[in-house]
Design a protein around this ligand. Structure first.
Ligand SMILES: [Zn+2]
Ligand SMILES: [Zn+2]
Length: 365
């Protein structure tokens, strides 16, 4: 594959500011690779980064959900990763050190000195650390997964949200066939959680959202949700109790952003001995009406979830490749790379009369 000497990239230079730039494509050594991007997914974290809520070093190339084709790879990287030039791969977000206690304990996403693609500034060689670009540098500690090259890129790139669905709604709570699962928040992570729970044979799946989420709720039902609850017009705790004969849900997964009420609701609607997974960030706000005695008296297992690891990504990729569910039902927009800002604003409901659920950047080839 012949490589250009520069890559176009959208670089975050200040809060809410993305600047088009050309960045030199580096020479790579034996342990690294270069990815030619086919798609980069956009999610709520992109908006948080754009709003500078995540204290990103700048300037930086954002884009933490990259899918692409290996354009160049060193011999040692090819042997270690089991991929070669021309292979389509999904790239994991975290670069972990593989030496600290969390890494050696198998929790590499909690690495003490982790680096995260899209949070490494362009001033750090070679600058191409994110997916808002035509090319991306793949560091020697990258973890990549092969993906069927026959799938459309906007579908293949869903390895990221669906990976979260499998890790947060199935793997961490150990969701079993027949379990009643409540998913708080119907965004792409919530919808992906519905798909993952349905895939493993969950029983009743209930999704909550606000009145403005009607379209997302419709898709939740297409993906196999049994009930949706509009929290603007119904009391979600009472409704979940009704739907479970007063018992409560086996598993509750909060993937809602900013709103804190779902957290206090979760511990009320989960059954005795049930599990609550908290995966939605709230901007470090206090949670009102959080009664910890429910956690004690019901022996609730309460666990946080940050990021996705290889098991979740692999389950997601296999499931996407199986074609069992038409995940493109939640894909609403493709954006060209220079329209990255529009992509973020469309997700964040800042564009009048338009709103995305799942969207991605497709670099022009
Ligand atoms: Zn994301
Ligand atoms: Zn580590």
């Amino acid at each position: 594959m012949s490589l250009p000497n520069k890559s176009f990239a959208m670089v975050m230079t200040a809060k809410r500011e993305l600047t088009p730039m050309d960045i030199a494509i580096p020479d790579i050594d034996d342990d690294a690779a270069l990815l030619k991007l086919e798609a980069c997914g956009i999610c709520g974290s992109d908006y948080e980064q754009f709003e500078d809520m995540l204290r990103t070093p700048m300037p930086v190339v954002p884009g933490h959900e990259p899918l692409g084709v290996i354009a160049k790879i060193g011999d040692r990287a090819a042997a270690r990763w089991g991929v070669d030039v021309g292979d389509r791969v999904a790239v994991e977000t975290m670069l972990s050190c593989r030496h600290c206690d969390p890494c050696l304990g198998g929790r590499y996403h909690l690495c003490d000195s982790r680096k995260i693609y899209s949070y490494i500034p362009t001033t750090e060689w070679p600058g191409l650390w994110g997916g808002y670009a035509q090319y991306m540098y793949l560091h020697p500690n990258s973890v990549v997964h092969r993906v069927d090259p026959g799938l459309p890129p906007e579908l293949a790139v869903m390895f990221n949200p669906l990976g979260a669905g499998f890790r947060w709604a199935v793997e961490l709570p150990n969701t079993q066939p027949g379990d009643t699962v409540v998913i708080l928040g119907p965004g792409q992570r919530g919808l992906a959680s519905v798909v993952a729970c349905r895939a493993v044979g969950a029983g009743q799946i209930i999704v909550t959202g606000i009145e403005a989420d009607a379209e997302k709720m419709r898709i939740a039902k297409l993906f196999g949700a049994d009930h949706t609850i509009d929290v603007d017009n119904e009391d979600p705790v009472r409704r979940v109790k009704e739907l479970t004969d007063g018992v409560g849900a086996d598993v509750v997964v909060d993937v809602s952003a900013y709103a804190t009420k779902p957290v206090s609701d979760a511990i009320r609607m989960v059954r005795t001995g049930g599990k609550v997974i908290l995966a939605g960030m709230k901007g470090f706000k206090n949670v009102e009406n959080f009664v910890s005695d429910y956690v004690v008296t019901k022996e609730i297992q309460l666990q946080g979830a940050i990021g996705v690891t290889s098991t979740g990504y692999k389950a997601a990729i296999r499931y996407i490749e199986s074609g069992q569910v038409d995940l493109l039902k939640m894909h609403t927009h493709d954006f060209a790379l220079p329209d990255a800002e529009l992509a973020i604003k469309t997700l964040a409901r800042e564009i009048p009369n338009d709103e995305s659920i799942h969207s991605c950047l497709i670099p022009e080839h």
